[in-house]
Ligand binder design. Structure first.
Ligand code: HEC
Length: 205
């Protein structure tokens, strides 16, 4: 596949991921009353303290809906790292994701269910997610897809776990596909060149 085809497929995947999310879930973080506002504010302040002043300013200007969503993410994910980058967290997610695949293929419900829950409740990197996104995507519009990504990956990973708990491995396999669509859609939106490196590659143009 050439780059244009890959991008088109990725855009289609994003559209599918978004289409499967009911409109009411478009920005469906838990309502504020259900959030532990005090703990949530504390966690957001910790993240902001690790950002550059430039990014902190951007983050502070986000809409209350997006802020509430980011807060709900910070509260839900109880494993938080002070050192790991998003790439390291993603590699951990990839390892758990592959474990799910192995477990489904070998009809191992408990192994699939545990790994799926680890994906759904993955670790958060140092400073939260914003520091690792392209700066021009740290806007209300750029971040508006996040709740749909959460439903696609984490929502379907939890459903996968429930199916695997019941020994329904065909159901689990279907959810595995839905989770994968979420990985693809989010990368298409946020990641730019896949596998890029901070070092200047000595490759001919
Ligand atoms: C919320 C958006 C989002 C979701 C959902 C997501 N990723 Fe990522 N992923 C990213 C971003 C952004 C990067 C690039 C981070 C960087 O370069 O600092 C990335 C990078 C990666 C990397 C590092 C290697 C590379 O090619 O850049 C791996 C591996 C990865 N993701 C795996 C996964 C898997 C597996 C899933 C699904 C289970 C997934 N990701 C879901 C946003 C996401």
């Amino acid at each position: 596949m050439n780059v244009t085809t890959t991008r088109l497929c990725a855009a289609a995947a994003l559209a599918t991921a978004l289409a499967t999310v009911p409109a009411t879930r478009a920005l469906a973080a838990d309502p504020p009353a259900k959030l532990d506002m005090q703990r949530g504010t504390e966690l957001m302040q910790q993240q902001m303290a690790q950002m550059t002043p430039e990014l902190r300013e951007r983050a502070a200007a986000l809409s209350p809906e997006i802020k509430r969503f980011l807060m709900s993410v910070a509260l839900k994910h109880e494993r938080r790292s002070d050192t790991m980058t998003l790439v390291q967290v993603m590699h951990e997610i990839l390892a758990d994701y592959q474990t799910i695949g192995a477990a489904i293929a070998t009809d191992n419900g408990p192994m699939a269910a545990d790994a799926a829950r680890r994906v759904a409740l993955h670790r958060l990197p140092r400073g939260g997610m914003l520091p690792y996104l392209p700066f021009d995507k740290v806007t209300n519009e750029g971040l508006s897809v996040l709740p749909a990504m959460e439903v696609a990956v984490e929502g379907n990973a939890m459903k996968l776990a429930e199916a695997a708990d019941k020994g329904d491995m065909v159901g689990a396999a279907n959810y595995y596909g839905a989770v994968t669509t979420g990985c693809v859609a989010c990368h298409a939106h946020f990641r730019g060149q896949p596998g890029s490196t901070a070092y200047v590659p000595r490759l001919r143009k």
